[in-house]
Design a protein around this ligand. Structure first.
Ligand code: QAP
Ligand code: CO
Length: 174
């Protein structure tokens, strides 16, 4: 299965993703492709909508203290729902769908998430630190929300200006 990244300002990123109801080989094929794709593109988190599949599925693979990603740390999260949230934290976020841009975003410090695994089994995850931030970022994608949607008006305007210039520059090099 060949995947390509959907990049801002593509309207598909604003779509609300649909609940997964069938946990079949098609879902597994997509998840199996998303993981290596995310690693190859230097991502730590990827929502299905970012590879043009508007379903409520995401993968996460956070690096360890040495900055290395291990396959055994892969998380596959389907139909997530945040059931508890507390605290506040700010982190400089990026997104594979918004290449080369990083901005501070405020998130809950800890979240509890109910979700399903690839077989439809119900799970609960208590997340803090980078995992809590990453999960909130990816769940936003399922609602059609990007990290740049959290910026102040002034920061967003600055971003749009710089991003447009970057796209123009990239186009001229093709
Ligand atoms: C979401 O983000 C996230 O601009 C995952 O050129 C963000 O994997 C989780 C990436 C912040 C936790 C904290 C971005 C790769 C990857 C880029 C990513 C780029 C290449 C972003
Ligand atoms: Co993202």
């Amino acid at each position: 299965m060949k995947l390509t990244i959907v990049e801002y300002p593509d309207k598909r990123l604003k779509e609300k993703s649909k609940e997964v109801k069938v946990f079949d080989a098609n879902l597994h094929k997509l998840l199996d492709a998303m993981h290596p794709f995310m690693i190859e593109t230097n991502g730590i988190g990827l929502a299905a909508i970012q590879v043009n599949h508007a379903i409520r599925a995401l993968v996460l693979n956070l690096p360890d203290e040495e900055g290395e990603q291990h396959p055994e740390n892969l998380l596959e999260i389907i139909n997530p729902v945040i059931t508890h949230k507390a605290g506040e934290t700010t982190y400089q976020e990026g997104c594979l769908s918004v290449p080369k841009f990083y901005e501070d975003v405020k998130r809950y410090e800890t979240v509890v998430v109910n979700y399903q695994d690839r077989y439809g089994n119900t799970k609960t995850l208590e997340a803090d630190e980078l995992l809590a931030i990453a999960i909130q970022h990816e769940i936003d994608h399922l609602e059609g929300i990007l990290f740049i949607d959290h910026l102040s008006y002034a920061r967003r305007k600055k971003f749009e200006k710089e991003y447009k210039r970057m796209l123009k520059e990239r186009k001229s090099k093709k």
